[in-house]
Design a binder for this molecule. Sequence first.
Ligand code: URA
Length: 237
Amino acid sequence: MNLSQRQRRYLDIIGVDIWASRAGSRERQQSDQAPDGEDDIEQLGWDELRQAVACCTRCELHESRSRTVFGIGSPQADCLIVGEAPGAEEDRQGEPFVGPAGQLLNEMLAAIGLHRPDVFIANILKCRPPRNRDPRPEEAACCEPFLRRQISLLEPRVILAVGRVAAQRLLGTDSAIGTLRGRCHRYGDPAIPLIVTYHPAYLLRSPLEKRKAWVDLQLAREVLAERRNGAGVGASG
Ligand code: URA
């Protein structure tokens, strides 16, 4: 029986016991408890969403992960940072951007007066791709409803997409990051300002590009300040 979490709640409220076969694997039992479809995911609150991610088996990455990486930050944060996918350390700790790239991300945020607890940090993928390979389109598509729901719950004033994968997935484009950065895009409806910058792991390898990232961060700070003051967004792309 493949009941959604919502259906299970209703059955529980009206006192109907749910009997399940013991024959299924652990994954099968977990996925029975998880919301099945995108419609279900769109209804979830933070706790249920976190739970749904934790037992997700929507793509093959669940077989190799140690832990899912839901994201971290305050549900009241008005700035959302979106990266690519967990790496080895994130997979171990269950928290995004905790390795060397995370250290640089913290410094980038601090440069515009933001600190980890002020923002929400998430990734396109909630599970680590083996050997840190690029996310496959079908994996990103499976994970997308989770990020979309995080965004609709959070209602951030600005989204900062760090790196090519996050920028291209969120904007639905194949354009090079060099052409996407440096201006303000819009995500979703209502249109949330979205700014693209380089991934901190790339900046660690290419420190000369930090100058451009600084320009992007200043734009993000400006857009955030405008939106906090209730003004429209001047810069647009
Ligand atoms: N790189 C990412 O894009 N996300 C992480 O969480 C860690 C490294």
